[in-house]
Design a protein around this ligand. Structure first.
Ligand code: SAH
Ligand code: DHB
Ligand code: MG
Length: 223
């Protein structure tokens, strides 16, 4: 199979099963127009996040890495009326695009974007009364900090919380122990941490599609 075929299958699945509606299409278009990198989850994965949040009955969701808010929209749409999503984003410019996209999708009451390095925002969030426990976490920011983000997710979780980490495969780069790319080092550390963490039940699902060969880690905090 080639990249071209993987992309074509993503397009087929998207068209027949789960086409992006106006708000999602507008989020993609405005992100592109603003010059954001095109690294949002692909539509079938966006829908997967939505379904997982629904299956989980999630009411409180924490996302790390907002970009233009594409995955944020999918997740926020899974929440009940009294639900709440907080998304942490380093770049003010990305956050501005995301806020406009969330407002256009009618989700600005449910979803909040907080600007700053997530490792600065997380302790502040943890200190707020009523913040968390979160029912679902979507970790999709700088990969070097993934071990820290998983630790924070655990701190802000409850038994049964779901943790999803995007880009956990990236062409299998983590197999090379000599690769000193910080993203790869962070990914390897994340696997080691999850593997030895008795509070987490986890797996990794490999994916192919318009974003190449990648995958996500899916974990559940044990009861
Ligand atoms: N979840 C988005 C894609 C996120 S891309 C989607 O699927 O639609 C990764 C995002 O993480 C980028 O916007 C980047 O600016 C942000 N980021 C990078 N380092 C960060 C950090 N230290 N803290 C918070 N966000 C960070
Ligand atoms: C990159 C980041 C992502 O979150 C992603 O899904 C794909 C690529 C990146 O930083 O290159
Ligand atoms: Mg990603």
């Amino acid at each position: 199979m080639t990249q071209e075929q993987w992309t074509a299958v993503d397009a087929y699945v998207t068209e027949l099963i789960s086409p992006d509606d106006e708000a999602l299409s507008a989020a993609v278009a405005s992100s592109e127009a603003a010059g954001l990198p095109q690294i949002a989850v692909a539509p079938p994965q966006g829908k997967m996040l939505h379904l997982l949040a629904k299956m989980q009955g999630a009411r409180q969701v924490l996302e790390i890495g907002t970009l233009g808010g594409y995955s944020t929209i999918w997740l926020a749409r899974a929440l009940p009326e009294n639900g709440r999503l907080i998304s942490l984003e380093y770049s003010e410019a990305h956050a501005e695009v995301a806020r406009a996209n969330l407002a256009r999708a009618g989700l600005d009451k449910v979803a909040e974007v907080r600007v700053g390095a997530a490792l600065d925002s997380l302790p502040k969030l943890a200190a707020e009364p009523g913040a968390g426990p979160f029912d679902l976490f979507f970790i999709d920011a700088d990969k070097v900090n993934n071990p820290r983000y998983v630790e924070w997710a655990l701190k802000l979780s409850r038994p049964g919380s779901v943790i999803i980490v995007d880009n956990a495969v990236r062409g299998g780069k983590m197999l090379d122990a000599a690769d000193s790319d910080p993203a790869v080092v962070g990914t390897r550390e994340m696997y080691e941490l999850v593997g030895r963490e008795p509070r987490l039940d986890a797996t990794v699902v490999q994916t192919v599609g318009e974003r190449g060969w990648d995958g996500f880690l899916l974990a559940r905090v044990i009861d």
